[in-house]
Design a protein around this ligand. Sequence first.
Ligand code: GLA
Length: 386
Amino acid sequence: MKEKLLQEFFKVFGREAQAVYFAPGRVNLIGEHTDYNGGHVFPCALTIGTYAAAAKNADNTLRFYSMNFEELGVITTELSNLKKEEAHDWANYPKGVLKVMLDAGYPITSGMDIVYFGNIPNSSGLSSSASIEVLTGYVARELFGFDVSFVELAKIGQKAENEFIGVNCGIMDQFSIAMGKAGHAIFLDTADLSYEYAPIALEDAKIVIACSNKKRGLGDSKYNERRSECEAALAKLRTVLDIHSLGELSEEEFEKNRSIIGDPVKERRAKHAVYENQRTIKAVAALKANDIEQFGKLMIASHDSLRDDYEVTGIELDTLVSAALSQEGVIGSRMTGAGFGGCTVSIVKTRAVDAFIKNVGEIYKDKIGYAADFYVVDAGCGPYTL
Ligand code: GLA
């Protein structure tokens, strides 16, 4: 991979890159739409992700090129004039990160030339955008040699997404990418960013991702809508409860007070946030106790809640999950990420993986009309230099 990136850099910019860097994608095992509600999440970084070959340049110009979007050519912009531009498409992610870093006073003292290549499917819900964000922060740190922690790189990526891109996302994606650890998932409390690594050495099972190939489309605006529905529900609950987030509530406390929300839709959104947080805590406890069956049941309950109460699944993801659950050797299955398209994650007995991919693939294609893609994945580590 390193050679491929170095060669491409030379081809595009006619000079040598200083180094090649990598940041992973992520998959969330459970804890969906809880990260902006002060709840827990349980994602892991992947071994697939985004690569960058980069070098500083002698002027104040940023030149970005993606091997995934060759038709867009080299995207050029001035370091002193970083604003979101439709025509810059994917390059708005690195631009946003560098803008946040410059505003925070990090010494990015010249332009850079960067070639990117990602092997995460785009718009799949495996965080290709957060991967580019964290990678770009890491590239700047390495090229200019300043000190910035990986947790800070995650926060910078989230800020770029919120303020530059305009998606009001939580911290999960950037955090799990920046802080990934091979063979482990991260049990993160988004209320205070305390975290714990949990080994996911599944004895005789694999994590299988199924990509629906349904692009997210209007997903970003729906995402922001869900977030404001939760905020509105919280505001109502706060008229009677001394809480700062939905993540502070147990199921019982929620049930006692839910009627105060006064709107059936917002009530269901809040219910999901509260119950999903509790499910995540229970799921990690189950995993620690080696009770993978219980972990799987909680994954299934998570999907049901995302479908019925949070309404972020859709026919494609629901088909993948119900097809998965009809197969032998499946421990659990659910949508992962924001929803509205993207991927599902399933835990499948190793011996059943091939049949799973074949059968779920057929059922999906028959019903939806186009194919899904499958990836058997491992938990990978955070950013590094190749
Ligand atoms: C997207 C966001 C995350 C998180 C998930 C849903 O991936 O970027 O912050 O909210 O959706 O769990």
